[in-house]
Ligand binder design. Structure first.
Ligand code: 5AD
Ligand code: SF4
Ligand code: FES
Length: 338
């Protein structure tokens, strides 16, 4: 049952400001159940390299941060990780890294082909900005989905935070994914320094307009290893309202309870799963590496090995009366509907 809901920008702002918003959460939870059911999809994130050529102001992987040891998994190690999670009933691998050009078109193409040959996994790429030609070759090699956040729809703020990026280039990449037939995931950070409630409302409307297959949004977490050191973290209630509003406006979207939320409170992912979300992304990076994939401090699950984290996540999902999906969890929005 798809129900198109319209909420004006004015009303979105009012909701984002509200202290008592239990009605919105209830409505989002209902719309989630009616449109995408009780199943929660697991996406295993493999953070395969923390090298990055860029200097985004908020991010601990920025190239000017000399405080983190850099690592790069070998393609063989990544493939082994893929085979392992496939055995444990995770149906999607998200290959995520900083913008690391050591992973050339050739190396990544072979890796995608190998994962597709040796596992039954859906493959999501989350490796930042590349050329149209590379995106096309990766799609032809079998990649199913691409995840690239727009980070903020406020062009001025985008410019301040991204010394190496152009807002319109970012949007062009998102359009290419769609043109190439990827399932497209995008999203933003909530509570960025300099971001207003009006900006956050614009982000929600931007998401509605683009009709993404998946929306990954989470709080901004202040990182002392960046130029934004000492800034405030995003606010949990605003994050919760954001997720609820996205579900209400985009009934069929795949909506994860993202990792960064767990920094704000330990039961964050449970609350978010009951506020409209239907995806969780256990971290399946081998333990020796994941502590160094430090986008922000105090990342959850750092001490757990990938398989422990996967079953821990399943228990958390079951405790709130939901179940883990057994299928690939492809988007219910047709790929070329937009
Ligand atoms: N706080 C929250 N999220 C962050 N990201 C990067 N740095 C931070 C931070 N300090 C997010 C960005 C990026 C994704 C991989 O991680 O949105 O797209
Ligand atoms: Fe690199 Fe992405 Fe971090 Fe920017 S957000 S510094 S591109 S890893
Ligand atoms: Fe990762 Fe519990 S969710 S260890």
């Amino acid at each position: 049952m798809e129900k198109e809901t319209y909420i004006s920008k004015h009303d979105i702002i009012e909701i984002l400001k509200k202290d008592d918003f239990s009605d919105i959460v209830k409505q989002a939870d209902y719309i989630r159940r009616e449109n995408v059911g009780e199943e929660v999809h697991l996406r295993g994130i493999c953070e395969f390299s923390n090298f990055c050529r860029k200097d985004c102001l908020y991010c601990g992987l920025r190239k000017s941060n000399k405080k983190i040891p850099r690592y790069r998994m070998s393609p063989e190690e990544i493939l082994r990780t893929a085979v392992l999670i496939d055995k444990h009933g995770i149906k999607t691998i998200v290959l995520q890294s900083g913008e690391d050009i050591w992973f050339t078109k050739k190396i990544l193409t072979k890796l995608i082909e190998d994962i597709k040959t040796h596992t039954d996994l859906a493959v999501t790429l989350s490796i930042g900005e590349r050329s149209f030609d590379e995106y096309k070759v990766f799609k032809d090699a079998g990649a199913d989905r691409y995840l690239l956040r727009f980070e903020t729809s406020n062009e001025n703020l985008f410019k301040k935070l991204h010394p190496d990026d152009d807002y319109h280039e970012r949007l062009k990449c998102l359009q290419w994914f769609s043109d190439l037939g990827y399932q497209v995931g995008s999203g933003c950070m909530i509570g960025l320094p300099g971001q207003t409630i009006k900006d956050i409302a614009d982000d929600i409307l931007f998401i509605k307009k683009w009709n993404f297959h998946m929306v990954g949004a989470g709080p901004y977490i202040s990182n002392d290893d960046t130029p934004l050191s000492g800034s405030k973290n995003g606010n949990f209630s605003i994050v919760q309202k954001f997720i609820a509003l996205v579900r209400i406006l985009c009934p069929k979207v795949l909506l994860p309870a993202t990792t960064a939320m767990d920094i704000l409170r330990s039961d964050a992912r449970e609350i978010i799963l009951q506020s409209g979300a239907n995806v969780v992304m256990p971290n399946i990076t081998p333990q020796k590496y994941k502590q160094n994939y430090r986008l922000y401090p105090d990342k959850p699950c750092i001490g757990e090995d990938p398989i422990t984290c996967r079953y821990c996540m399943e228990n958390r999902v079951k405790k709130i009366g939901r179940k883990i999906a057994q299928d690939h969890g492809h988007s219910l929005i047709s790929i070329r509907e937009k």
